[in-house]
Design a protein around this ligand. Structure first.
Ligand SMILES: Cc1ncc(C[n+]2csc(CCOP(=O)(O)OP(=O)(O)O)c2C)c(N)n1
Ligand SMILES: [Mg+2]
Length: 333
């Protein structure tokens, strides 16, 4: 299944933009639900980290990026891949260990990269994508390619040395980079209250001389507006921005999480702040679409994910005998 071309611009700029933002958020939601289902049925191995509840952040951020701009992602990266334009079938295939997957079925969820759409890769190392993004941003600056590089990372990653080193280099070299923190309030079972001595994570940027902003990470319009400002700064040679998107993951950290560190009430409170109905309300207010058109887009996202799953399930499994050839393909070429 090929992916529709990405649409850049404000999510309420036109009916097409609203359609794009809604379709991509619904694709992420439906993709994650399908992954959970496949895992539950024993068809997927390893572990997985779902981003249900966080869909507005990657969607809003990526609508401010050109096709050639780049991102680095995390262990919770399906939403970033989809928002940057990845093919759903190749993503599911990767998770199912199929040859047509992004890494030939050898890498799984935490290694999906799609260089053609500017996705430099998910990363199982917390904070690992931040220095990679700084390196890509340095390359952009030196080669004058005009590319902006976004590093998505979680609140937990902000306490890794990699964040601090990359933030400092990005600041002193004025790299065309956006540090995008998805503050979902927990790093595994550790709450941000326990892991930070500051109340607002955006204050971390002060020590590096980087401008920073908080945004409602469940509001695709608000995310886009801040992302656009940060992307303009980067393109104008003014250096990096830290965006802290306040959001929440509805599901456990990973498959094995029993959710013992947070209350049902807290989860319920955040479920009421679901980014998808929040955006639907804005579309209806703006009169860009009728409810029936909105329903059709949600159904379309569901159909696209079902089609991707069906195609990926039928695809050829990766052969263990080809393991080393697949891993070292690029190096030996
Ligand atoms: C360097 C490193 N330390 C620890 C881990 C184990 N680990 C995996 S995910 C995670 C929590 C990350 O939290 P956060 O950055 O907030 O992302 P979230 O899971 O909330 O999306 C940890 C500690 C790891 N993968 N890499
Ligand atoms: Mg977190």
């Amino acid at each position: 299944m090929t992916t529709a071309p990405l649409l850049i611009g404000h999510p309420l700029a036109s009916k097409e933009h609203a359609r794009h933002a809604l379709l991509y958020m619904c694709r992420i939601r439906k993709f994650e639900e399908a992954v959970e289902d496949l895992f539950g049925r024993g068809m997927m191995h390893g572990t997985m980290h779902l981003s249900i509840g966080q869909e507005a952040s990657p969607t809003g951020m990526c609508m401010a990026l050109n096709l050639t701009d780049q991102i680095t992602s995390t262990h919770r990266g399906h939403g970033h891949c989809i928002a940057k334009g990845a093919d759903l079938t190749r993503m599911i295939a990767e998770l199912l260990g199929k040859e047509i997957g992004y890494c030939g079925g050898r890498g799984g969820s935490m290694h999906i990269a799609d260089v053609d759409t500017g996705n430099l890769g998910a990363n199982g190392v917390v904070g690992g994508g931040i220095p990679i993004a700084a390196g890509a941003a340095l390359a952009s600056k030196m080669m004058k390619s005009g590319k902006v590089v976004v590093s998505f990372f979680g609140d937990g990653a902000m306490n890794e040395g990699a964040f601090h080193e990359a933030a400092n280099l990005a600041a002193i070299w004025k790299l065309p980079m956006i540090l995008f923190c998805e503050n979902n309030k927990y790093g595994m079972s550790s709450s941000t209250e326990k892991a930070f001595a500051i109340d607002n994570l955006k204050d971390r940027a002060l020590g590096y001389g980087i401008p920073s902003v908080n945004v409602d990470g469940n509001d695709v319009v608000a995310v886009y507006e801040q992302a656009q400002i940060a992307a303009d700064r980067a393109r104008n040679g003014e250096g990096p921005t830290l965006i802290v998107a306040e959001t929440y993951r509805w599901k456990g950290h990973s498959r094995s999480d029993k959710n013992l560190y947070r209350t049902k009430e807290e989860i319920e409170e955040w479920r009421l702040l679901d980014p998808i109905p929040k955006f639907v309300e804005k579309i209806l207010e703006s009169k860009l679409m009728e409810q029936s058109e909105i329903d059709a887009i949600q159904a379309e996202a569901q159909d696209q994910v079902i089609a991707a799953v069906n195609e990926a399930v039928k695809a050829k499994s990766a052969e263990p005998s080809g393991l080393l050839a697949a891993v070292f393909k690029e190096i030996s070429a």
